[in-house]
Design a protein around this ligand. Structure first.
Ligand SMILES: [Zn+2]
Length: 202
């Protein structure tokens, strides 16, 4: 039986791993309050499909994922399912990845960012995508307010807070440890994320 393996993602960087159907991945916020952006990319016969938060919101009729429900691809295929949620946070499906234009606007040019960290992982995997999909922002507190505001609050995920996801297809999983350090999103400091991959039960 294959052993459990893990990938450690350094602060303000990204990592990726190929997951096979039935495997599970636990995304662990080691030190707490750290948002982890998550994407999945399927390459099948030269065609690329990817996790789509808009398809997921539409099909599940939810703004935030909940245990037992799945994340869907651009082609409306089930890619992975949320098996456990050991975090008090909602998991954002509304915001794009942080990107250099966000940091430019905030006065921090040349800042590390999740978009570039994603693109680095995709280049390494030789995957071309026609757009940069929006991620699932695990552990990110950005609940819509009654007056329409959509602000990002400091994550209240405790050290070790985690989610467990099951792969329902073979795909490349990409996760970034969010780079925001000028706003309370990540509790005012950027820390690392661990992925623990376990074999499927069959
Ligand atoms: Zn980010």
């Amino acid at each position: 039986m294959p052993a459990r393996r893990h990938v450690d993602i350094a602060p303000q960087s990204g990592g990726s791993v190929r997951l096979f159907t039935g495997e599970t991945v636990r995304v662990i916020d080691l030190e707490g309050q750290q948002v982890a952006d998550l994407w999945a990319f399927v390459v099948d016969g030269g065609i690329v499909d990817w996790l789509s938060v808009s398809q997921t919101r539409d099909i599940t009729e939810r703004l935030f994922p909940t245990v037992g429900e799945s994340f869907y691809s651009e082609q409306a295929v089930v890619l992975l399912t949320l098996v456990e949620d050991n975090s008090p946070c909602p998991h954002d499906m509304l915001f794009p990845a942080c990107n250099h234009r966000l940091y430019d606007r905030a006065g921090y040019p040349n800042h590390p960012n999740c978009r570039n960290n994603l693109l680095t992982e995709l280049r390494s995997a030789r995957i071309d995508v026609p757009i940069v999909p929006d991620p699932v922002n695990l552990f990110q507190r950005s609940e819509p307010q009654a007056d329409g505001r959509l602000e990002v609050l400091a994550s209240d995920n405790p050290p070790g807070g985690n989610v467990l996801l099951r792969a329902d297809k073979d795909f490349l999983l990409v996760v970034t440890a969010c780079s925001v350090d000028y706003h309370p999103t990540n509790g005012d400091r950027c820390t690392g994320i661990r992925l623990e991959i376990s074999p499927g039960s069959q």
